[in-house]
Design a protein around this ligand. Structure first.
Ligand SMILES: Cc1ncc(C[n+]2csc(CCOP(=O)(O)OP(=O)(O)O)c2C)c(N)n1
Ligand SMILES: [Mg+2]
Length: 243
């Protein structure tokens, strides 16, 4: 049984175009599902669409005919509320028919609001209560290491979700166990649910997105300027730019 991602187009440019088209299809499908169900989390579906398309159509190895193939790469949708996007990518990849998406959140449907591994192929673990995906992924990655498997484990978390302390315990365990086949992707869409920084009663932490060496062309994003000292020519050039 062979493991593969979707058929690879010839050139890198075509590959990017294919992943973009998949991401667009995920958004269209997820929004249709939310519209028809009258329920869902479309904002987080949309921010996750490119990540899911990249993983399923450019990165991960899996076999839809044998979803529990022992050598498959594992993916855990820790932001389990975003089933519009997750079910859409699973259906596009071929784990179940795209027609099933029409049953999203209907009575007796297998497509619940949160993913259930007992109902659908391609789901590694149930998620929904935030903060559990990474701890489970750490366990899966440790199991891979202990059994000398080379599968990779991917987890997609929300940025708000990272407030759950379980993530930090899992991150420390991941580092301690040297889990080099584990990748955590944070969907940093800068929003969660109901957070209101303007009326806070607690300390504030601002993450400033900056550029090291900002303002001088040859210094920006160049780590050698961490403690570099300019020569005469560099000094003159920098002074010309810093106006
Ligand atoms: C433990 C837990 N607390 C609260 C919720 C309710 N809840 C669902 S989504 C959400 C916000 C998540 O924000 P974020 O992780 O940033 O996800 P995204 O922005 O990608 O939707 C919350 C609080 C939950 N699902 N689980
Ligand atoms: Mg968020």
């Amino acid at each position: 049984m062979s493991l593969s991602t979707a058929p690879a187009p010839v050139s890198g440019a075509d590959r990017i175009a294919m992943v973009r088209a998949r991401a667009l299809a995920i958004r269209r499908s997820a929004f249709t599902m939310v519209h028809d169900a009258g329920l869902g989390h479309p904002g987080g579906d949309f921010s996750a669409a490119d990540i899911l398309a990249t993983l399923y159509f450019g990165v991960m190895r899996y076999d839809t005919k044998e979803p529990r193939h022992p050598d498959r790469d594992r993916f855990i949708m820790s932001k389990g509320h975003c089933t519009g996007a997750f079910y859409s990518v699973l259906a596009q990849a071929g784990f179940f028919p795209e027609a099933d998406l029409k049953t999203y959140m209907k009575p007796l449907s297998k497509l619940n609001g949160h993913p259930n591994r007992n109902y659908l192929p391609g789901i590694e673990t149930n998620t929904g209560p935030l903060g559990h995906g990474l701890p489970v992924a750490v366990g899966i990655a440790i199991a891979g290491k202990l059994s000398a498997k080379d599968y990779r484990t991917f987890v997609l978390t929300g940025d708000g979700e990272l407030q759950e302390g379980s993530n930090w315990e899992a991150a420390m365990a991941a580092s301690h166990h040297k889990l080099n086949r584990l990748t955590v992707i944070v969907d940093r869409n800068r929003l969660q649910q109901g957070a209101d920084p303007a009326s806070r009663d607690k300390p504030l932490c601002v993450i400033a997105n900056t550029i090291k060496g900002k303002g001088v062309s040859f210094m920006e994003d160049n780590v050698s300027w961490h403690h570099g000292v300019p020569n005469a020519e560099q000094f003159a050039q920098a002074m010309k730019e810093l106006i």
